[in-house]
Ligand binder design. Structure first.
Ligand code: AMP
Ligand code: MG
Length: 490
């Protein structure tokens, strides 16, 4: 049964039921003359909404901020956080409004507007998001989902002519995001920094009861919270393995951008790598390289330590907290090795495979080989077309020598070549959301043409399957791609 109007969704807002200090109820500031640039039928199905509703005036009205979601309870949430390693104090939804939540066929989803105007947490900001960054968030959420990486989703993208001042004058847009929850590590840090353990307890109970019921230990609150930290630690570790495996750099791994559900949250100056560099930094504002590709797993652990530190107010047992956080490293390593073994075409990760992987990454780094194509073309090399892989390296003899080692390793597995190549193509994507592809879609969208968004999404929803006629999207980036700068300005 799907809902034929937004009222049929029977939205509620459980987060609104938390004490008043957790949020501020307020209406969004609607966009003037809003137009629905795109809406996502896949996301609509997740909340049990008939995709026909996406084309109605009611839909545009709600997701441009003009009218509340029927049944919902619109609010902005407060949180705090560490930004670039430094305590930033209170932050919060400075330009986002939680409209409410909907029970979908597979579980609950919160619906949140981003770019919907000022809130008490806007600090120096204007409460807006520009078209450019909204298109990037819309595309990235769906691209990550297509890759099989846990992520928030995007329901709608509404544009307007309202001017927004950034480095230049741009136009305002609102993207509607969906997530089972938008609670962040920083939501917990907020209450511990204020020394309000009662509020912290309320938040922990809310998160456990709604999202981690399996963590609840009757009569033992500290044990329940340790279980919660363990579950978040494990999910975050696996998320980092996912990011590393697809060459994704988040760009702003501040604790306020870390989801308590272990999914990718807050797409700003992210990037999928073109030419591989171990220390690749995608965010132009990250001058120290804190959030470079190879540091992401250790930064996530640093962030988990901040979460664990916050929970200390409820769990006096420091050794217990530390023991849980110590599980991060082995869970990450196992998940990373599993993904890398699959990418290399190995039946399973073996004790001697570390040098093989390390040397591949070093070789790619030294040659700035294209991350996506280098992995993808390994399957061609297995099928006898070694040159397409070697073509990606300036030092061809080194690439050829490494390939010999890989093929010798495959011989130990003894699996039939076609089977290995097919399995590799199932884990090494052909299409990723490269910066220049997003940029082309943004340029077209600015001119009112959303067709490039559609084309990209068609490919990115099925990134492992070659789609004829779309060679351009699977090729090396053009020279101008190197000059694209993405920064915190959004
Ligand atoms: P970010 O690192 O982009 O996720 O943002 C950090 C904090 O700044 C969050 O509290 C955001 O809500 C807030 N913020 C970012 N941009 C704006 C803006 N244009 N207006 C108001 N708040 C903003
Ligand atoms: Mg954020």
């Amino acid at each position: 049964m799907s809902a034929h109007s937004l009222s049929d969704l029977r939205a509620v807002n459980s987060f609104a039921g938390l004490p008043a200090a957790f949020h501020t109820r307020l209406a969004p500031q609607p966009l003037n003359n809003p137009r629905l640039l795109r809406a996502n039928a896949d996301a609509a199905r997740l909340i049990g909404l008939d995709p026909a509703v996406l084309d109605t005036p009611e839909f545009l009205s709600v997701f441009s901020g003009a009218r509340p979601l029927p049944g919902g309870d619109t609010l902005a949430a407060v949180y705090s956080g560490h930004q670039f390693g430094v305590w930033a104090g209170q932050l919060g939804d400075g330009r986002a409004h939680l409209l409410g939540e909907v029970e979908g066929p597979e579980g609950p989803w919160e619906l949140q507007l981003k770019g919907s105007g000022m809130t008490p947490y806007s600090r120096m900001g204007d409460g807006r998001a520009v078209l450019r960054s909204s298109v990037r968030e819309y595309l990235a959420s769906e691209a990550m989902h297509g890759l099989g990486v846990p992520t928030t989703r995007a329901l709608a993208l509404v544009v307007s002519d309202d001017p927004v001042m950034r480095e230049t004058v741009e136009t305002a847009a609102i993207v509607t995001r969906m997530s089972p929850s938008f609670v962040r590590f920083g939501s917990f840090e907020h209450w511990s920094s204020r020394r309000q353990p009662d509020q912290l307890r309320i938040l922990a109970d809310y998160v456990i009861d709604r999202y981690y019921p399996e963590c609840r230990e009757a009569q033992d609150d500290a044990a329940s919270i340790l279980n919660l930290l363990r579950a978040v630690t494990r999910r975050t570790a696996r998320l980092m393995a996912d990011w590393q495996a697809v060459g994704f750099c988040h760009g702003v791994m501040n604790t306020d951008n870390m989801s308590i559900l272990g999914l990718t949250l807050d797409y700003g100056p992210y990037g999928f790598m073109d030419g591989f560099r171990l220390g690749h930094v995608c965010n132009h504002s990250d001058t120290e390289g804190r959030y470079s590709w190879n540091r992401q797993p250790s930064v996530a652990l640093w962030n988990l330590y901040r979460l664990g530190g916050s929970l200390h107010a409820l769990v006096p047992d420091v050794d217990g907290l530390r023991a849980v956080l110590d599980e991060y490293e082995p869970v990450f390593t196992r998940a990373f090795h599993e993904r890398m073994a699959a990418k290399l075409g190995l039946a399973a990760w073996g004790p001697d495979d570390e040098p093989l992987l390390d040397d591949m990454l070093k070789l790619m780094d030294a040659n700035q080989a294209d991350f996506t194509l280098a992995w993808r073309r390994l399957a061609d090399a297995v099928s006898g077309q070694r040159s397409v892989f070697e073509d990606l390296f300036i030092d061809r003899p080194a690439a050829a020598a490494w390939l010999d080692r890989l093929l010798a390793r495959h011989a130990q597995d003894g699996r039939p070549e076609p089977e290995v190549a097919e399995a590799m193509n199932g884990v090494n994507p052909l299409y990723v959301l490269r910066n220049h592809l997003a940029e082309e879609a943004i340029r077209a969208a600015k001119a009112g043409d959303a067709s490039e968004i559609d084309t990209l999404l068609k490919l990115l929803r099925n990134p492992y399957v070659e789609q004829p006629g779309h060679e351009r999207y699977a090729g090396l980036p053009p020279d101008w791609a190197g000059s694209i700068e993405v920064s915190c300005s959004s």
